[in-house]
Design a protein around this ligand. Structure first.
Ligand SMILES: O=C(O)C(=O)C[C@]1(C(=O)O)C=C[C@@H](O)C=C1
Length: 369
């Protein structure tokens, strides 16, 4: 072994000891963080840090290393404070709660899992409105709702609920939807008499269902819930239209795969919140507004998009309750509120409307346009 190798061998051994001591020190600092959190104390304690430096310097035999040791201990305490901060934030952070319509295995559940951290708590709701109610009374922090399907169009009840409850859109998730005919283990297509699914499941598979006019269609709240019902019935004559995941989850057989009319079948989900978020990295805006019942009013709004070179992505109109033949418009367009042309287009809408609300500025899902 060369001299340098011998010295490196010694260094390796010293480092091992340092690592062990470092771990011990950080673990102890975390325990102090716990104490500080419980006793409402700040992390930084300057007098204690001065004490620590002084006693370390007193331990030193070779005084030539004074400055270096001071630098080292200061750095160590800086790292220790960072670890403590992380620990305190982690302890203080509550698990976020996400509401979706349906049961485990539903497309809403899948969209929620893909959009949020898996550590979040996912809460099942029976109806779309129940998701809104859960958010309103603080049971959840966010709601995930389907707003549009690429084959069957807008989910109008969700638009109406957004208008009614006044929540904000803070994100979106676009899911590729594949519908399947699923039944109890061993069932075949000849056994089936009744089909359970969400109306969206029926609509998206209408060509397939036309070939089986003898089947009775029973609409349910949710595709995964239909799968669960079929599983519980253990009846060969009942089948569901739902995802492959739901089939797996409820131990059912896939009788016919991918029965949706269009191969490119996507559902866009919106993430709703009680509060609007800061506009960081945003690329899509949603607004709702109503206008005077007069010639050219909608044209004035749309002109703002053209003049400011803003790309409109979607327009939807929904009847306003108790005001026959008057409509609420919902428009999605590309852009960020940090962009002046966008702000000008929005001003134009505001000035031409009788009611206006900015629903949100969020990051577009790349599959949504
Ligand atoms: O003694 C404490 O209060 C600690 O939190 C430990 C520690 C350290 O790493 O030694 C960390 C941060 C404080 O500013 C002071 C000292």
């Amino acid at each position: 072994m060369s001299r340098v190798d011998q010295l490196r061998f010694i260094i390796d051994d010293i480092d091992k000891n340092i690592v062990r001591l470092f771990e011990k020190r950080m673990e102890t600092a975390e325990k102090i963080a716990q104490y500080k959190l419980e006793n409402n104390l700040g992390i930084l304690n300057t007098s204690r840090e001065e004490e620590v430096i002084e006693s370390a310097l007193n331990e030193l035999y070779n005084k030539d290393y004074r400055d270096e040791l001071e630098e080292f201990i200061k750095k160590l305490m800086e790292i220790s404070r960072r670890v403590q901060q992380k620990r305190i934030l982690g302890m203080g952070k509550k698990r976020i709660k996400i509401g979706f319509q349906g049961v485990e295995g539903s497309f809403g559940h899948q969209a929620a899992i893909e959009y949020f951290d898996k550590d979040a708590e996912f809460m099942e709701y029976m109806s779309f409105e129940d998701v809104f109610k859960g958010l309103l009374n603080g049971e959840t922090d966010y709601g995930v709702l389907p707003i549009e399907n690429s084959s069957t169009g807008s989910i109008s009840s969700v638009y109406d609920l957004i208008g009614e409850y006044g929540f904000y859109i803070v994100g979106e998730k676009c899911l590729r939807i594949k519908q399947n005919l699923i039944g109890v283990k061993g069932a075949s297509i000849k056994d089936i008499k009744e089909i359970y699914s969400h109306t969206q499941g029926f609509e998206q598979s209408s060509s397939f269902l036309k070939k089986h006019q003898e089947w009775k269609l029973i609409p349910y709240h949710n595709t995964a819930y239909s799968a669960k019902t079929v599983a519980l019935s253990n009846d060969f004559t009942k089948a569901a239209i739902a995802s492959e995941k739901a089939a797996r989850l409820y131990n059912l057989d896939i009788i016919e795969k991918d029965i949706n009319d269009n191969e490119h079948n996507y559902t866009r989900f919106v993430i709703i919140s009680r509060k609007a978020l800061e506009y960081i990295d945003t690329s899509k805006i949603s607004v709702m507004f109503s206008i005077k019942h007069r010639a050219g009013e909608l044209y004035k709004v749309l002109e703002g998009f053209h003049l400011n070179n803003v790309n409109m992505l979607k327009i939807e109109s929904r009847p306003i309750k108790n005001r026959p033949w008057e409509y609420m418009f919902y428009i999605d367009f590309e852009g960020s509120l940090n962009d002046i042309d966008i702000v000008k287009s929005i001003e134009k809408i505001k000035n031409s409307s009788t009611y206006f609300k900015l629903l949100g500025n969020y990051t577009a899902d790349k599959n949504a346009s």
